[in-house]
Design a protein around this ligand. Structure first.
Ligand SMILES: [Zn+2]
Length: 495
């Protein structure tokens, strides 16, 4: 065992011991980028990876004398999210100017919703059954990006004005694992609603975490720190865990936790101070005079509601009911909507030749293993649902054994070929000819009299050895059920 895993073990132990003395209180603020065609207040494109400053205009550059115009596609997406988490939508909400000076914000203010967000008071249920309150969701525009080169710094304003939803949870999350689960669920909902690509690497789904500790049993909240811009589920868990350990250390040494803004350095696995409370800015919010109030009437809400497709929770339930698969499998299959769609597609195409439970097992083991190992993407599947279904059908019909099916699938993944060609080229068709099987069974029995005697005297374990010998000669192609039948018959014929 490596020293690393020992270290891991002892730190896990330390973490659990801290949880026996302190209760972590965690709140998350998620920034979810909406995948609208154009920006929130102008017609500029929103595509990722465009040349720097290509997607800009006088409005999002903040040039004098321009007027913002609200993008109603973004509003529709925002309503979808509010409905999906059961939030209350305000009929009248207001955009405010959040004033601060920064190179990537040439206007000097960001348009966001402040005291009157468009929606409040939703919730999300975690895998462990705990319900986390979503205090508010508001719409806002993203800022640009500073790029620091060797001898100069640059500003790219392509992101400036891109529509975001800021989704704020109540401080009700109790562990790093719950935080990661909450984020995964929220991201899945956004992707099911088709309002965000939820791409963590490209920054279209990122989060700030507020973390505080209080002695177990206490009702008073401790001083919190805020970790900014976490952009992977792994880093969220790691950063919060680190911060809990750090704060516990401070508290147990008799010091006070300082209210600071932190960033997480994933390379060294630590949080570092960005700024303290003393230098936290005063944003001087006020309603934007150029934008009227946002009015969302009931008819509009009903119209959006009517067009919301099945959400992850509903799919989990339907998969269990329709396909008789366990809840854990249904959850895993529905984490990504494309995976769920692929599964349903395959179930339909095997057309009863294979039980949905078997399809699910194959998807969650063989398929996902290859998918992850080869870094496939749902947009460009290397194994189509037709070919995957065909393979499972060949298995279901007994043309190939389970063992061979796995080998054929690996080959399909590596070569991109279809299962029939691979099976034909390699001569892998399962042999269900009893006479051929019996001949080999007899041969094996004759070659191993000692093991046969042991088996007949009651040593069950020897049976597996004999099966193995027969399979070896058949190169794994004998139908396993028939093989068992023939072998047992031959052995018991001996007694
Ligand atoms: Zn623009």
């Amino acid at each position: 065992m490596s020293s690393k895993s020992t270290e891991q073990k002892s730190s896990d132990h330390g973490f659990n011991s801290i949880l026996s003395r302190f209760e972590p209180v965690i709140g998350l603020e998620v920034h979810c980028q909406l995948k609208t065609e154009s920006k929130l207040f102008c017609g500029c494109k929103t595509n990722f990876g465009a040349m720097a400053n290509q997607n800009t205009c006088p409005v999002c550059l903040g040039l004098p004398g321009v007027l913002p115009v609200l993008n109603h596609e973004a509003v529709e997406y925002a309503i979808r999210m509010a409905l999906a988490v059961g939030a209350i939508i305000r009929e009248r909400s207001v955009f405010a100017r959040k004033q601060y000076f920064y190179p990537d914000l040439p206007k000097g203010y960001q348009l966001t919703q402040y005291d009157l967000p468009y929606c409040e008071n939703g919730s999300l249920t975690l895998d462990n059954g705990r319900k986390i309150t979503i205090q508010r969701i508001h719409m806002e525009e993203d800022a640009g990006k500073n790029i620091h080169g060797d001898n100069a710094s640059y500003v790219d304003l392509n992101r400036a004005g891109i529509p975001l939803l800021e989704i704020v949870s109540a401080p009700e999350i109790k562990s790093p694992a719950e935080a990661a689960d909450y984020l995964k669920k929220l991201r899945a909902i956004a992707r099911y609603l088709d309002i965000s690509d939820g791409n963590l690497e490209e920054g279209s789904f990122r989060c700030d975490a507020n973390v505080s500790l209080r002695p177990v049993g206490s009702k008073t909240l401790g001083t919190r720190t805020e970790i900014k811009n976490l952009n992977s589920f792994r880093n969220v868990e790691k950063a919060i865990t680190y911060e809990i350990l750090r704060q516990a250390d401070v508290l147990e040494s008799g010091d006070k936790v300082k209210q600071v803004t932190l960033q997480f350095d994933a390379a060294i696995g630590r949080t570092l101070v960005m700024r303290s409370k003393e230098d936290s800015p005063d944003y001087r919010y006020f309603p934007d005079p150029d934008l009227g109030a946002l009015l969302i009437n009931e008819a509009r809400v009903q119209n959006v509601r009517a067009n919301i497709l099945e959400l992850p929770e509903q799919k989990v339930q339907r998969f269990q009911d329709t396909f008789s698969i366990p809840e854990a499998d249904a959850r895993q299959l529905t984490e990504e909507k494309e995976l769920a769609a692929f599964f349903e597609d395959v179930v339909q195409k095997v057309d009863g030749a294979v039980a949905p439970k078997i399809v699910a097992n194959w998807m969650l083991s063989e398929y996902l293993r290859e998918f992850n190992a080869r870094q496939w993407h749902f947009d460009k599947p290397f194994v189509s649902s037709e070919r995957f279904a065909r393979l499972l059908k060949l298995l279901g019909e007994g043309t190939i054994s389970g063992k061979i099916a796995k080998a054929v699938f690996e080959d399909m993944a590596a070569s991109g070929s279809d299962p029939d060609s691979i099976i034909e080229a390699k001569g892998l068709v399962q042999i269900s000819d009893s006479a051929a099987i019996k001949a080999v069974v007899d041969q094996v029995i004759a070659a191993h009299p000692e093991q046969v005697a042991q088996y007949l005297s009651g040593k069950q374990k020897v049976y597996g050895f004999l099966v193995g010998q027969v399979m070896k000669i058949s190169a794994g192609r004998f139908n396993p059920n028939l093989l068992n039948e023939c072998l047992k018959e031959a052995l018991h014929g001996k007694s």
